[in-house]
Design a protein around this ligand. Structure first.
Ligand SMILES: [Zn+2]
Length: 81
């Protein structure tokens, strides 16, 4: 019986081939200042926040959000360029 390997390929998103699938290449990530957890992605001058269960929010600046990991209140005053 073949042993199923852990899906290493699925978890490992290829950095080099990202440009081929997504047209928007320059998305600046908003990360927690303490634990570096990804809080949202800045796009088109707004912050795109993603939460569990498919809840997504597109908010304008300034934006504040608490980190899911460590609970630190993060503040973004302007879209990063
Ligand atoms: Zn954090």
């Amino acid at each position: 019986m073949p042993t199923p390997f852990p899906s290493r390929q699925a978890a490992q998103t290829s950095w080099s081939g990202a440009a081929t699938t997504k047209p928007t290449t320059h998305n600046s990530e908003w990360r927690c200042t303490r634990c570096d957890k990804l809080l949202g992605v800045c796009r088109d001058g707004r912050m795109h926040l993603r939460f569990a269960r498919g809840h997504e929010y597109l908010v304008g600046f300034p934006v504040q959000a608490t980190c899911r990991g460590c609970g630190t209140l993060n503040n973004a005053t302007a879209p990063a360029r």
